[in-house]
Design a protein around this ligand. Sequence first.
Ligand SMILES: NC(=O)CC[C@H](N)C(=O)O
Length: 228
Amino acid sequence: MKFAVVVFPGSNCDVDMFHAIQDELGEEAVFVPHSEYDLSSFDAILLPGGFSYGDYLRSGAIARFAPIMKAVQEAADEGKPVLGVCNGFQILLESGLLPGAMKQNRDVKFMCRNVKLRVENNKTMFTNQYESGESIVIPIAHGDGNYECDDTTWEEMIKNNQIVFRYDGHNPNGSKDDIAGIMNKRGNVLGMMPHPERAVDSLLGSKDGIRLFQSILILWRENHVVTS
Ligand SMILES: NC(=O)CC[C@H](N)C(=O)O
C-alpha cells in the first residue's frame, strides 16, 4: 500500500509519520510537497502535524490554500483514506473536509504529554483493530486543540457515529464533549489531535498508535488484494 505524507512549510511530524509507515507498518511512504497537484498514484493520504505556515492567522488557515489541497479533496471524494493528525486535523477543518473549528487550549498553553483516549467507534477504516470502548495511550502536542462546533453539527455527528476518539478521564484542552478525533459522514476522512505516529513502539512509551495504521492497511488489503 502506498501512503502520501504531505509536507507543508512548517510541518514537523512528517518524518515521524514516514517512519511509522515505512519502518513500523512496513508499507511504502512518500513525502509529497505542498506545491504538488496530483495524488492519484497513492492509496492513502496522511497530513502530518506541525506549524504549517507558522500557524499564522489560525492553525491550518493558510495551508488550506496550498495546491496539494485540491488533490487531497479529490482523494477524499474518491473514498481514499485521508488522515490528518494535529496540524493535519486543523488543516482538514479549515478546508471544510471535516466540520467544526479549533480554538486555543482552555489553559492557553501548549501541551505535550501522553493522554488516554477512548475508542468510541471501532467500525471504521481507521479503528477496526481496536476494541469498542478500549482505552489507549497516545501523546498530544498542541496549543490549539480545543475542538468546537455548533450544536446542530454535533448532533449530526453523534447520529452518524462520527466521533471516533474521546479523551478518557481528563480532557486536556477543553474540547467540546471531550472530542479527540472525528471523521466525515462517509467515514474515509479522520482528523485527530493526538499523534498515533508517535506511539508505534514500546520504546516510545506506547505502541497503541500502530493499530490505527494497521486498520487502514488490513481493510485496504481486503478490498484490493486477491489472495486466491
Ligand atoms: N503538533 C502539532 O501538529 C501542533 C499543532 C498546532 N500547530 C498547534 O500547536 O496547535
